[in-house]
Write a protein that binds this ligand. Structure first.
Ligand code: AVJ
Ligand code: FE
Length: 435
């Protein structure tokens, strides 16, 4: 069947699942068993929980729901249900140990590959276009990003290494901001076969004209806010943001500290000077919002972000990515944990949008001003707990994906969300203003 539509879909699914497992193995083989079972931060699960949860979700969706099989180990299923046990209590659970977690996930995967060979990738919403397999590859990659956050929070000597990104190639952007024209555009997707429920359906939205930063806000620009006393000035801060920075004594992005008159940061176990020209990382929504107010600007809405990323004024069409419909290459964007840091601001000219906005995809997740809400016509699929239970004003939307996001879980329509206090995630931002 190779060469037919179904054959190609199977190959895509196998490749996506295999790539995810290689990354999971690299993240979990990098540390010893004691480290895998330790809790490095109350915000995170022990790595060994993520490992077995990856296998358990794969078993749930592909072996039980698609193939109709019985649970392999009914007694462990509740341990790996993210809604039954908050992260802080997971280390106290009778979790599978590292060896058992690895062999469980591997056994599930072997059965899934058999299933994939014999399952038609059409006929039901779960199977159409290989959706369930794509969803599970994305789920594993999302937990790989979560595990990378755990690595960043972990104390001790570095265990992960990667080359630095290339310095920016080609001419720097012509201007600091780009004008996006007003008018309607298509937001969301009804066509992308592996898109998740919250990205659907495609619908028309209108925007007024607006200006948006050509590149994400850099550490150097953020330092100017700090040097100007930004963290001490009430008027820049939302009420709950002011409360958070006062209560916790926050005066810089997470992982920064000052030593001998210099700002340093800790990154995967290495301490280094804060790089001036790199997008700022590990800021909360409140810090992004305060910076924007200080700069006389604001965060873009989620709609503005997606229009800047997808709208092609020449055709009126929305693209899959800023550069077009082609899947990402390393020239387009810094994705997939090829590096352990963002590319410098102004990098990836090949990934620019038609209007010239750069680095919308990859490098840092970008906070938007918007609450995480369903699109008109939203239908929870295949489970309410992926998106629906998180809709509402308590979560803010992040867009674009960080250096830690795999291309399989990244598109111009992809939506991430988190609490506005969160700063251990690979979050940055860019600003906008009304035209
Ligand atoms: C979409 C990144 C917010 O990690 O909480 C993983 C993804 N959902 N398992 C998360 C997810 C279920 C989710 N985020
Ligand atoms: Fe999960």
């Amino acid at each position: 069947e190779t060469g037919t539509g179904t054959g190609r879909l199977r190959e895509r699914a196998v490749a996506a699942l295999t790539a995810a497992r290689a990354r999971t193995a690299a993240l979990t083989d990098a540390v010893d068993d004691r480290d895998l079972t330790a809790q490095h931060s109350p915000l995170m699960s022990p790595l060994v929980w993520d490992l077995a949860h990856i296998g358990n979700q794969e078993e749930l969706w592909l072996l039980r729901n698609v193939a109709g099989r019985a649970s392999m180990h009914p007694e462990i299923d509740p341990l790996y249900d993210a809604f039954e046990h908050p992260r802080a209590e997971r280390p106290k659970l009778p979790l599978l140990g590292p060896g058992a977690a690895r062999s469980y996930a591997a056994k599930v995967r072997g059965r899934v590959f058999d299933l994939l060979e014999h399952t038609p990738l059409e006929g039901t919403p779960l199977l159409d276009g290989g959706f369930a397999f794509g969803m599970i590859a994305q789920h594993e990659q999302q937990h790989d990003e979560t595990m990378l956050i755990t690595h960043q929070l972990r104390a001790g000597a570095p265990v992960l290494t990667a080359p630095d990104p290339e310095p920016p190639q080609g001419p720097p952007p012509a201007a600091a901001e780009v004008l996006v024209p007003g008018g309607p555009f298509t937001m969301g997707t009804s066509a992308e076969p592996w898109s998740l429920d919250n990205e659907r359906p495609a619908h028309t939205r209108d925007t007024a004209p607006f200006w948006i930063d050509t590149v994400p806000v850099t550490c150097g620009a953020f330092r100017a806010f700090m040097d100007d006393g930004g963290y001490g000035e009430r008027r820049w801060w939302a009420d709950a943001g002011w409360e958070q920075i006062r209560t916790h004594g926050i005066g810089a992005p997470l992982f920064w500290h000052r030593e001998g008159g210099q700002w340093l940061r800790r990154r995967f176990g290495v301490t280094e000077p804060v790089p001036e020209d790199e997008p700022v990382l590990h800021v909360s929504w409140y810090e992004a919002d305060a910076y924007a107010r200080w700069a006389g600007r604001r965060l873009p809405t989620e709609t503005e972000w997606e229009k800047a990323a997808r709208y092609d004024p020449a055709t009126g069409r929305s693209r899959r990515y800023p550069w077009g419909d082609a899947d990402p290459t390393p020239a387009h964007a810094n994705l997939g944990q090829r590096h352990l840091r963002p590319s410098r601001a102004g990098a990836h000219p090949a990934g620019a949008s038609p209007l010239g906005v750069r680095q919308l995809i990859g490098d840092v997740w970008e906070w938007t001003s918007s609450d995480f809400l369903p699109y008109p016509g939203f239908r929870a699929f295949p489970y309410r707990e992926y998106s629906e239970v998180f809709f509402g004003p308590e979560h803010k939307v992040l867009r674009g994906g960080s250096f830690a996001v795999d291309p399989v879980a990244c598109r111009g329509t992809f939506r991430n969300w988190d609490l506005p206090v969160r700063r251990q995630i690979f979050s940055g931002f860019r600003t906008a203003r009304d035209a």
